[in-house]
Design a protein around this ligand. Structure first.
Ligand code: ADP
Ligand code: MG
Length: 244
């Protein structure tokens, strides 16, 4: 579904991404791991069009998306969350998700059903799928940090993505919140057949859930493989564990 082929990206003279490769197959749950500064967020920005690569190709569903704007890429079916929660704090949980559902529905005008009514049903089903139904009427700002990050996933789901990209979805979470969120991500992947790409700096978090893991170190792809292959890789042990 998604291929990154030999991607490079520099900022001034600093090479942030130095030959990265990544493959995400339809329905897969894929993790990118690497220490802080490895280039994970930059890779995600290159996929979603916030940044353009200096070299290399980003291919989504057989289309070269290098030249597309972030908006066009979103319309192609890629939605993301950011490393720092990105919500409307004074709106309720429900409204936060409904705004995103409505912006999607606006495109597909239906003659038979008011968009707003569809949005209410869709919003409720998204809140249900992430476990925020009970908190639907709370102002987003009143949620605990972990729930705010989950709300962000719900907002991304409002875009009806084919590929959901999550940048450190468990950043700042307690160990309990982290395991609940990883379980949620696994559920979304398994029960909804959603293709999910996420990144993490903590190796242990990903090994239980990811089907495929890409390891980054100083902007390079060290390996992409199954958790087993990654665990046994000499290169990973030298590069990543030495640094971590
Ligand atoms: P990660 O998400 O793996 O922690 P990033 O992709 O955020 O890493 O950053 C990779 C490297 O690129 C870091 O050294 C960071 O300081 C640098 N970097 C990222 N964005 C910019 C930018 N806009 N300008 C300059 N340097 C940047
Ligand atoms: Mg990052």
């Amino acid at each position: 579904m998604l291929h990154l082929e030999n991607i490079y990206k520099s900022f001034d003279n600093f090479i942030a991404v130095n030959g990265a490769n990544l493959t995400v197959k339809k329905g897969e749950l894929v993790a990118v791991i690497g220490p802080n500064g490895a280039g994970k967020t930059t890779i995600f920005n290159l996929i979603t069009g916030q940044l353009k690569p200096d070299n290399g190709r980003v291919v989504f569903k057989d289309e070269d998306i290098n030249k597309l704007s972030a908006y066009q890429i979103c319309r192609r079916g890629i939605a993301r969350s950011f490393q720092i929660a990105n919500i409307f704090p004074r709106l309720t949980v429900f409204k936060n998700v409904q705004v995103s559902v409505l912006s999607q529905e606006g495109k597909s005008k239906t003659l038979f059903y008011p968009a707003k009514k569809i949005a209410v049903e869709k919003t409720n089903s998204i809140l249900e799928s992430v476990g925020l139904t009970d908190k639907a009427e709370y102002p987003a700002a009143s949620l605990a940090h972990g729930d705010q990050r989950v709300l962000e996933i719900a907002i991304a789901l409002g875009n009806k993505p084919e590929l959901l990209i999550l940048d450190e979805p468990t950043a700042g979470m307690s160990p309990d919140e982290t395991s609940a969120t990883m379980k949620l991500i696994k559920d979304l992947s398994e029960s909804q057949g959603l293709t999910i790409l996420f990144c993490e700096h903590d190796m242990e978090v990903v090994f239980n859930v990811a089907q495929s893991i890409m390891v980054m170190h100083q902007g390079e792809t060290i390996i992409q493989g199954s958790p087993e292959e990654v665990r046994n890789s000499k290169d990973v042990q030298e590069c990543y564990l030495g640094v971590g």
